[in-house]
Ligand binder design. Structure first.
Ligand SMILES: C[S@@+](CC[C@H](N)C(=O)[O-])C[C@H]1O[C@@H](n2cnc3c(N)ncnc32)[C@H](O)[C@@H]1O
Length: 453
């Protein structure tokens, strides 16, 4: 990392970036709004920000949220007090009080070169660069806490900076993690790669095109259409292969769900909680244009996104409808397969969306649990005898996953689990499977495959 003090020239940029990060942190943590959407809205209002500023803002924001369990000790105390009191607003703070926190986020991520804005924040916080011990990229989380020491006055009592503080305490009781919690935390603190799902028979050609555009691609060993790409700065949306619908951006764990559904050409499927349609498109693709997928959701605007994506890929076999989650008698026993990719805590995406760790509560999970049971029971009735029912969540909480499916099976003896071999790991399961980030450098995801007897 450079040790020079940044020049006055970058002052305006650094202050503008910090203003946006502080504003979005307020919206996210105090008002409990999703960070990505708040960020997009604030950036839209600040159109003078250049691409470089936007990158600094986004990286700082998500680093602060990823390490918030530790960095809250460096945040302005009024902000932390407002958070503890559940107050949605805090009196305007001096921006100056955020600088140390924002600079520390860059050190914790151990990304090597410190950008000029982060150097300026450090300088403005009055912390000499020599006081800070750099965190090394890839070093264990427990070693990274050392870089925070220099942000505190000599002789000050340091917070414990325990690994488990990086996840809310209540969430740790909700998981049935098969590995030590510290290993899960290591994964959650690493930025995830971007995964693409090739939507073309000619995956080699697609890989060639991506390589030509300077995008480094790795193909998954078992899921041959899944491509891992490493950050290259190229906007994927500008590529012809994107506008022709020859790939979709979709996390690897999510790509497993439609594979587990294994729809056959000519079948009728219902994707009950289709949202933006990541899994609808995959189902339609696997069916090779024969048969149909009915995509429903309570949010019609999400189905509009799906319509655009389906048009790009020229899929003719998708129908769209609103569904409020209720029992629909005319759907009874109508479909060969039903996928319920239900609303959930999204804790499985906390690596990608670290804000969720601090905005989701145990009470939210209890509320979602009742909705999940209702959606699953009402959608299940649409499965024909011998047909398939798949329940999925991007959650790592037992209550939303194994416990909920166990209860469903007790109350619906006409359904049974179907054992399968996981497309991602190749490991056989009894019909229920929790994927963890280490299973493929991906999000956590749960799937249960059932059959109507
Ligand atoms: C996990 S998301 C679905 C993601 C989507 N399957 C995909 O692959 O992109 C869950 C969806 O459930 C929908 N949902 C929430 N409550 C619902 C309800 N009462 N009835 C129907 N859908 C609901 C949400 O709008 C959301 O789009």
């Amino acid at each position: 990392m450079s040790s020079e003090i940044p020049s006055k020239r970058i002052e305006g940029h650094s202050r503008a970036c910090a203003t946006v990060v502080a504003e979005v942190l307020g919206k996210t943590l105090l008002e409990k709004r999703p960070a990505d959407r708040s960020l997009a809205a604030v950036i839209y209002q600040n159109r003078q920000l250049g691409a470089r500023d936007r990158r600094i803002i986004s990286e700082t924001l998500f680093s602060v949220l990823r390490w918030w369990g530790w960095l809250r000790h460096l945040a302005p105390p009024e902000f932390v007090d407002a958070l503890a009191a559940g107050a949605p607003e805090v009196l305007p703070l001096s921006l100056h009080r955020w600088y140390g926190c924002f600079a520390a986020a860059w050190f914790l991520d151990g990304r090597g070169e410190l950008p000029p804005s982060a150097s300026w924040w450090l300088y403005q916080a009055g912390i000499p660069r020599q006081r800070i011990k750099d965190a090394v990229a890839g070093s264990p989380v427990r070693e990274r806490r050392r870089c925070l020491k220099g942000f505190f006055a000599d002789g000050a009592t340091l917070p414990p900076f325990a690994e488990e503080d990086l996840l809310p305490a209540w969430s740790q009781d909700e998981m049935a993690c098969p590995r030590p919690l510290s290993e899960l935390i290591e994964w959650l603190q690493k930025r995830p790669p971007v995964w693409l799902r090739a939507q073309t028979r000619d995956v080699d050609r697609l890989c060639g095109e991506l390589a030509k555009a300077d995008i480094k691609v790795e193909r998954h060993a078992l899921m041959k259409s899944s491509l891992c790409i490493h950050f290259s700065g190229v906007n994927l949306r500008t590529l012809p292969a994107f506008s022709e619908g020859r790939f979709e951006v979709q996390d690897l764990a999510s790509q497993t769900v439609a594979q587990v559904c294994a729809p056959q050409p000519g079948e009728q499927w219902w994707d009950a909680c289709a949202g933006g349609g990541g899994k609808t498109l995959h189902l339609a693709w696997l069916m090779g244009g024969k048969g149909s997928v009915m995509a429903t959701d309570i949010r019609l605007h999400k189905l509009q996104d799906l319509k655009l994506r389906a048009r790009r890929a020229q899929f003719p076999n998708i129908r769209y409808k609103e569904w409020q989650g209720v029992h629909v008698p005319r759907y009874s026993k109508l479909f060969h397969g039903v996928l319920v990719d239900t609303a959930c805590s999204c804790s499985g995406t906390w690596r990608r969306n670290p804000d969720g760790r601090w905005t989701t509560t145990a009470a939210d999970v209890a509320e979602l649990n009742a909705l999940q049971a209702k959606l699953l029971a009402n959608a299940a009735d649409a499965v024909m005898p011998g047909g398939t029912l798949v329940y999925a969540t991007c959650s790592m909480f037992k209550r939303e996953n194994q416990d909920l499916v166990g209860l469903f099976l007790e109350q619906h003896p006409d359904f049974e689990l179907v054992p399968y071999s996981c497309p991602l790991t190749g490991v056989a399961c009894d019909g229920m499977q929790q994927l963890w980030p280490w299973d493929g450098d991906c999000d956590a995801m749960f799937m249960a495959k059932m059959r109507r007897k």
